[in-house]
Design a protein around this ligand. Structure first.
Ligand SMILES: *Cc1c(COP(=O)(O)O)cnc(C)c1O
Length: 330
């Protein structure tokens, strides 16, 4: 690979291609200023609201790009995936639009509202194993048995390019952008956005935020290779799970990320309550980690304008009510 290239597998061109393909299916989401975080930070802080995206998360961007690019023969057979919930929902939604069969493997840790959301869209839900990695093993077996096409939630160039379309929207609306704060799990979201932003200007900083409980990509970055982690229960369930085997995102994220931040369960809960109270936004734990990084003061000296990707809103009502109630008492 030439040294000046960010990635050999995927380039800015692929992200522009993705944008054309997915335009009929996805929403262009709002970018709003957070006056409270702006005051705290001392520079403008914006939210990119993917919690208001169709299916409640950005995952539909990657799923739509992947299915649009799938050969007719593979579409006839159908697709299968493993998911922490939001990717499965996005895939089921897009598959239904294309008239394609979709099987979604989930672990027992995936919240009930996410299972139900997939079923309502006609996705065939298979619950197997206690962790994402166990569900992933089962998905591979089923894929062979049923002859389906695997659509990975992050480790796929078409999925990464789809998520990267968020970066294009950020640049168009905020050309003076200095930093992006992005929730980080498998790294399809961060990798795609970073590729778009750094192709425009390599000086734009990209910060990845994960939860303290089982941050597979952050541990892998620290180790300099893909490592396995122990999956733990977390409010940021959308970020749970391992990243191996990995062909694309570890390398892409290693090359593009400037900094990582880990946030605690309490900081995630406070960020969710903050989004609800101040912005009237329903944000799930995994979607709120970027807000948590700023609100907690853990991310300092960033410089702005900065955009925080609010990546999803699929939180179940009892969880949200409990968090709102606990934060009100403090
Ligand atoms: C999947 C997901 C992420 C992380 O995306 P990766 O591409 O796996 O890093 C972040 N937030 C939400 C809400 C998600 O569903």
């Amino acid at each position: 690979m030439e040294e000046w290239m960010i990635s050999a597998d995927i380039t800015l061109r692929d992200i522009y291609r993705a944008r054309g393909r997915i335009a009929p299916i996805v929403r262009r989401t709002p970018l709003i200023l957070s006056p409270w975080l702006t005051e705290q930070a001392g520079y403008p802080v914006y939210f990119k609201l993917e919690n208001l995206q169709e299916t409640g998360s950005f995952k539909i961007r990657g799923a739509a790009n992947k299915l649009s690019g799938l050969p007719e023969e593979a579409r006839r057979r159908g697709v299968i995936t493993v998911s922490s919930g939001n990717h499965g929902r996005a895939l089921a939604y897009v598959a239904r639009r294309f008239g394609v069969r979709a099987v979604v493997c989930l672990s027992e840790a995936v919240p009930g509202n996410k299972r139900e959301g997939i079923r309502r869209l006609g996705g065939e839900v298979v619950v197997r194993g206690r962790t994402y990695d166990e569900a992933a093993e089962h998905a591979l077996l089923l894929q062979e048995e049923l002859g389906l096409e695997m659509v990975y939630p992050f480790d796929d160039p078409l999925v990464i390019a789809g998520q990267g379309t968020i970066g294009l929207e950020l640049l168009e609306e905020l050309p003076e952008l200095q930093a992006a704060v992005v929730p980080l799990s498998g790294g399809g979201l961060l990798g795609g956005i970073a590729l778009a932003l750094k192709s425009a200007d390599p000086r734009i900083r990209v910060i990845g935020v994960s939860m303290e409980r089982g941050p597979a990509m952050v541990e892998s970055l620290r180790a300099g290779r893909v490592v396995d982690i122990v999956e733990e229960p977390t409010l940021a369930d959308a970020l749970a799970g391992g990243i191996s085997p990995n062909r694309h995102t570890f390398d892409l994220v290693s090359r593009t990320i400037d900094e990582t931040v880990l946030v605690s369960e309490e900081e995630i809960a406070e960020a969710m309550a903050f989004a609800l109270e101040k912005h009237h936004l329903v944000v799930e734990g995994g979607g709120a980690v970027g807000i948590a990084a700023l609100l907690s003061g853990k991310l300092r000296g960033l410089g702005g304008p900065a955009a925080v990707v609010v990546s999803g809103g699929n939180v179940d009502l009892p969880t949200l009510l409990k968090i709102a109630d606990e934060c009100r008492r403090e």
